[in-house]
Design a protein around this ligand. Structure first.
Ligand code: PEP
Ligand code: MN
Length: 264
């Protein structure tokens, strides 16, 4: 199994993702970096809840061009400040090939989102950028497992073996949930590849009340960690508030999933 050490490029608390590990890795934070106060408040709260890594989008791939697009480089700077204050490594999305070096400079993990899983130029750039940050590669909205693994292969073939896969739900015909969480792919991926696999129950369900059960189910299925959208005040979130949980709800998920992982 590939074991990936996160957080070696900046002053923060490093953590290993993948391989046999007693505790699942918990990545938490807002969908988008909205302001200094929102990010720092949430960052301290998710750390207190037991998160290991802070997430937050500075560049947001929104369905409509009129929706909040993220704070850009200003958001990256706020994430670096949050890391300094909390010691949590940072994961944030990079959407454009030309921005890979800039995002890598500020972050500890480069996230490539569901919409970019077949952006081969971006995958190659994430593979060969000089800082060599690990890459969190989401599954595409309608990726087959093979297409997803071949996308990971682009990053590895370009020179970066540190790829973390993330199942985030796939499109279905049923609008009751945002996507359908394909938990079958967790043990399947572990049979097919040595790469670590995490689950994102937030984008998979689109509904915060479904996040705790799907978090537990993901760990029971063997996922090596979770990425969970958490906001200090979900009702005011500029992006994905409906699926965002509070830090208090996160704390409970951390306790439950860590307990579950000890049974496995
Ligand atoms: C996100 O993590 O905020 C995100 C946009 O995820 P996805 O690419 O899975 O939709
Ligand atoms: Mn989101």
């Amino acid at each position: 199994d590939t074991r990936i050490l996160i957080g070696t490029g900046h002053a923060c608390t490093s953590i290993t993702v993948g391989g046999p590990s007693a505790s699942p890795v918990i990545i938490a934070g807002p969908c988008a970096v909205e302001s200094r106060e929102q990010l720092l408040t949430t960052a301290h709260a998710v750390k207190a809840a037991g998160a290991n890594i802070l997430r937050g989008g500075a560049f947001k791939p929104r369905t409509s061009p009129y929706q909040f697009q993220g704070l850009g480089v200003e958001g990256l700077k706020l994430l670096a400040e949050a890391r300094e204050q909390t010691g949590l490594p940072i994961v944030t999305e990079v959407m454009e090939t030309e921005m890979v070096d800039t995002v890598a400079e500020y972050s500890d993990i480069l996230q490539i989102g569901a919409r970019n899983v077949q952006n081969y130029a971006l995958l190659r750039a994430a593979g060969k950028h000089s800082a060599k940050r690990p890459v969190l590669l989401k599954r595409g909205l309608a990726s087959t497992v093979e297409e997803w693994l071949l996308a990971a292969e682009y990053i590895v073939a370009a020179g970066n073996p540190n790829v973390i896969l993330c199942e985030r739900g796939i499109r279905s015909y049923d609008p009751q949930t945002r996507n359908v969480l394909d938990l079958t792919c967790v043990p399947l991926i572990q049979e097919l590849t040595h790469l670590p696999i995490l689950v994102d129950p937030s984008h998979a369900t689109g509904r915060r009340e479904l996040v705790p059960a799907m978090s537990r189910a993901s760990i029971a299925a063997g996922a090596q960690g979770l990425i969970i959208e958490t906001h200090c005040d979900p009702s005011t979130a500029l992006c994905d508030g409906r699926q965002s949980i509070t830090p208090e709800q996160l704390a409970r998920i951390v306790v439950e999933t860590r307990a579950l992982s000890h049974l496995m």
